[in-house]
Design a protein around this ligand. Structure first.
Ligand code: 48Y
Length: 347
């Protein structure tokens, strides 16, 4: 049995996380979900985005499933919940898979998730504020190793995106990435971040594993999400050495929250990544989602008229069919019998 912490968060985070849990429960009974509260509402009560005792509990879990939280940037001393969790759980590698669900191809982005401009180190006076863009040898090595392992597993090369022509930190980062990759026999192409943005627009599917520092990765992954047709279908995993957290990359979408039309696929695929992390069958979810989107009705962000629950039901049907096609057939036959046979005999 695995214990998975769940933080649904705000807005559509709640709906899509519930959808993901339902789908996971169809695939396996080996997961026990334990729910925790976090985000702005908790901050208003306790002055922290998550309670210390909850954080300690979460650290003992096998993984975390996260929805989305809203982060107001005009509230003094408020710190984003997801940034806090990445730091507290030391989730240093952020893998975002931007899928083309219709054509069997994807963009992989590995974003360094713990340092760079997100180090949290700054100096502020009345006259100026400096954010430190921290790159350490340990930080560079562990993210390089993560990308190299992924490149080997997927049989791909690495595209390392940087600004080493200007930034000292990236010069340092670059040397570490190149030497580790060479030692491991993985090919690395180098790209400068500014011109790479154009390449990512024009030629997104053949970049191998895109590896980059924290803020570049933040921006590039939102840009790349355009190729998925909706940011609502993009999943991600935040990995540390002891635990990992899975979340769709979209936000809380307050404009559609509670209307039942949020696209649950990003959260559901994050569930697939979670199952893979626990060595359970995440692949079956990927297959089910691909099969569903090619024939089923989609949510409005993808031009359809489906509700969240229609998509969830459709994907669950695809999973059940894959788990046991015979049982699935019988259910289908029973329904027909229930619907039609009585009318035949009552005539
Ligand atoms: O996960 C993301 O890419 C988000 O943009 C967060 C980030 O900067 O990494 C921001 C999350 C937040 O505002 O709480």
């Amino acid at each position: 049995m695995y214990r998975v912490a769940v933080i649904k968060g705000d807005g559509i985070g709640i709906e899509v996380t519930e959808a993901a849990m339902e789908v996971i429960n169809t695939v396996t009974d080996k997961i026990e979900f334990v729910e925790f509260e976090g985000g702005f509402e908790i901050f208003k009560r306790y002055r922290v985005p998550i309670r210390e005792e909850d954080l300690e509990e979460i650290k003992k879990m096998d993984a975390v499933l996260f929805g989305a939280t809203s982060t107001p940037f005009d509230v003094p001393n408020y710190k984003s919940l997801i940034i806090t969790l990445r730091k507290e759980l030391d989730l240093y590698a952020n893998l975002r898979i931007i899928p083309d669900l219709w054509n069997e191809r994807e963009i992989y982005i590995v974003r360094e998730n713990s340092e760079g401009l997100y180090s949290g180190v700054y100096r502020s006076t009345d006259e100026r504020t400096i954010d430190f863009r921290v790159i350490t040898r340990e930080g560079a090595e562990r993210i390089a190793r993560f990308a190299i392992n992924l490149a080997k597993e997927k049989g791909k090369k690495i595209t390392f995106v940087h600004k080493a022509n200007v930034l000292m930190g990236d010069k340092f980062f670059r040397k570490i990435v190149l030497s580790l990759a060479e030692r491991e026999g993985v090919e690395v192409r180098e790209k400068i971040i500014d011109s790479f943005t154009i390449e990512l627009v024009r030629n997104p599917w053949s970049q191998g594993i895109i590896l980059t520092e924290n803020l570049f990765g933040d921006i590039l992954s939102d840009l790349a999400a355009i190729h998925a047709k909706s940011i609502g279908i993009v999943p991600s995993g935040n990995y540390g050495d002891d635990i990992a957290l899975f979340e769709p990359i979209h936000g809380t979408a307050p404009d559609i929250a509670g209307k039942g039309i949020a696209n649950p696929i990003g959260a559901i695929l994050s569930g697939a990544m979670l199952l893979d992390y626990l060595n359970l069958n995440g692949q079956i979810i990927w297959e089910a989602v691909k099969s569903y989107v090619r024939k089923g009705n989609l949510t409005p962000d993808l031009g359809g008229t489906a509700m969240t629950e229609d998509v969830v039901e459709g994907i669950i049907g695809e999973i059940e069919y894959r788990i046991d096609p015979w049982e699935w057939d019988e259910v289908w036959v029973d329904e027909i019998r229930i619907n039609f046979i009585p009318t035949l005999f009552t005539k």
